[in-house]
Design a protein around this ligand. Sequence first.
Ligand code: TXA
Ligand code: MG
Length: 326
Amino acid sequence: MINTEILALHNASDRERAANLLRAGKLVAIPTETVYGLAANASNEQAIRGVFAAKQRPSDHPLIVHIGDISQLQDWVSDVPAVARVLIEQCWPGPLTMVFHKAAAVSPLITGGRDTVAIRMPDNALLRALLRDCGPVVAPSANLHKKISPTCAAQVISGLGGRIDAILDGGDCSVGLESTIVDVTSEPLRVLRAGPYFTAQLSEIIGADVQMPLQHDVAVAGNMPAHYQPNTKALLFSSQELQERINGLNSNAKPAAVKPAILYYSELHLPSAMHNMKLAADRRAYAKQIYQALTEADSWQCQQIWIEQPPTEWHEVNDRLKRACY
Ligand code: TXA
Ligand code: MG
């Protein structure tokens, strides 16, 4: 166990401290608009190895390089296709990661030995200033492998406290779900991970077809059926089935077989004693809440977490929930 320093994004000397730690090859959790990332100097292989060790992440799962300024892009990619220029113009800074052909110097530790590299420019001005100051960082989500991604500092500490050098606390993440990943080397453009930029939006921005993510896309290394998992077993049900199950628990005279926690968003009828949380019925608001809700439901010590399946067209949240419930 090491001492994990708690630093504040809104304190200039704390940001300076974080930049110095990153320059020195230390591991610092950083707030982005999507989820917290576990940052390490992207030019320091020892530091990158530290990220894999702290997260217990398999070494063939490639990392996203985070840049603070567009001028930092050229050192990491071998070319920028025209379609990527449009997306950079329209979507950066923001929750869109693009996969490019990598520059020769990019460490195979970052790319898992591939010839492509994923790059993103986060939408947080103070964080970008820090990245301009100390250079690009690799930053996977700041959770232990397969666990729930953190959207506030307390969640980072509960998963990685004692395993990393510092956390830069920037409050709650405004988006709350990982970036959309799009492969700009493919034609048509291909979404590898659904996220806050919807496929239809990207298609509109570039004025061409964009391919939806495939269920188990081999191009997405680390595309695991089980991921984002609470410790409590989680199950996904249609609205109707969930209501029937809740009614069933309630109607029997005998003691209930399971004690569930309920995460729902529609007009279900729940007995007042049942642990539950009602999430937003709006797609973006729901996405912002879902990881916090899973974390909180986990803390209630129920035997199972029963989740009402959101509308099928909410691809990005359904993707995460399927893996959470696998
Ligand atoms: O919003 C986000 O993207 C967050 C914040 C911290 O920026 N980061 C994040 O990183 O979600 P991570 O490591 O949890 O997920 C990165 C995903 C992995 O599924 C990885 O396989 C994929 O990006 N990836 C990275 N490089 C890739 C590449 N060259 N080709 C295909 N997929 C890649
Ligand atoms: Mg992750």
